[in-house]
Design a protein around this ligand. Structure first.
Ligand code: CO8
Length: 258
């Protein structure tokens, strides 16, 4: 694997992936997504790997979203293409993987970061973690499956509230609504995720893969396509330009609804 933005290591049949862009709060730029895609393929095609744990470097963030600075001048078509590629190579690839993926959420999981965690099969969160989909503050909607997977995990009412208010929730709130499986002290997130995979490692590999495939099959629908199209359309709005400019210049945004 050609890691620059990831640190990867296989220990006792578990692939540990650490997203290593601490200064940008582990935001997902294109290079990081490409490396993630490579690591997912490696996990799927290497018998030695029985499960994968994804975490973020540092103590502040798991992943603070897609890299806003990278897509600030995108057109609708470019935004749609980015989302489509992300789905195919990373987010759906994780959900459809033959091995279980666990997100060890060590801090902020926002936007594309929460979407990455939700594409994983199980989530363990640090007590200090904050989880949310803040895209509408940028004039966007979640584009990496958030509208679909959050709804599947927590139900329509809570998903709509989180998406349209853009307000993050705490790890304990997330556990209460079924968004994360466990909340543990920050120093224990990797250990807890490892403990879960150690159980899985004792089970029949083909049966584990079949079970993952069967559960995921129950969730597929055309909503992902609708999300991708609408996500692209958001890039054509003045509000998107305003939202991103406000973030980059560290000032409040003034939306005009056009
Ligand atoms: N993208 C790029 N850079 C980021 C991001 C991001 N998502 N988040 C943080 N950073 C950078 C900051 O710009 C800052 O850089 P610099 O030091 O150069 O100014 C550095 O990380 C540290 O961040 P802050 O100074 O802002 O740290 P704070 O402790 O003050 O705040 C927050 C932490 C609350 C997490 C804040 O950084 C924040 O609000 N970040 C943005 C969160 C967000 O809006 N995420 C959603 C992004 S949109 C998205 O994910 C779309 C997904 C679908 C995409 C589909 C295809 C594109």
């Amino acid at each position: 694997m050609t890691d620059q933005n990831l640190i990867t290591a296989v220990r006792e049949n578990i692939l540990y992936i650490t997203i290593n862009r601490e200064k940008a709060l582990n935001a997902l730029n294109k290079a990081t997504l490409a490396e993630l895609a490579e690591a997912i393929t490696f996990a799927n095609t290497t018998d030695e790997v029985r499960g994968v744990i994804i975490t973020g470097s540092g103590e502040k963030a798991f992943v603070a979203g897609a890299d806003i600075k990278e897509f600030s001048d995108y057109t609708g078509a470019q935004g749609e293409e980015l989302a489509r590629k992300g789905h195919e190579l990373v987010f759906n690839a994780i959900e459809n993987a033959k091995k279980p993926f666990i997100a060890a959420i060590n801090g902020f999981a926002l936007g594309g970061g929460l979407e990455l965690a939700m594409a994983c099969h199980i989530r363990v969160a640090a007590e200090s973690a904050k989880l949310g989909l803040p895209e509408v503050s940028l004039g966007l909607i979640p584009g990496y499956g958030g509208t679909q997977r959050l709804t599947q995990l927590v139900g329509k009412g809570k998903a709509i509230e989180m998406i349209i208010t853009a307000n993050p929730i705490t790890a304990h709130e997330a556990e209460k609504i079924g968004l994360v499986n466990y909340v543990v002290p920050q120093s224990d997130v990797i250990a807890k995720a490892t403990e879960i995979l150690n159980f899985v490692k004792k089970r029949a590999p083909l049966a584990v893969s079949a079970a993952l495939k069967a559960v995921v099959a129950s969730l597929n629908n055309e909503g992902y396509q609708v999300e991708t199209t609408l996500f692209g359309e958001c890039f054509e709005t003045e509000d998107f330009k305003e939202g991103v400019a406000a973030f980059v210049n560290k000032r409040p945004s003034v939306f005009l609804g056009k």
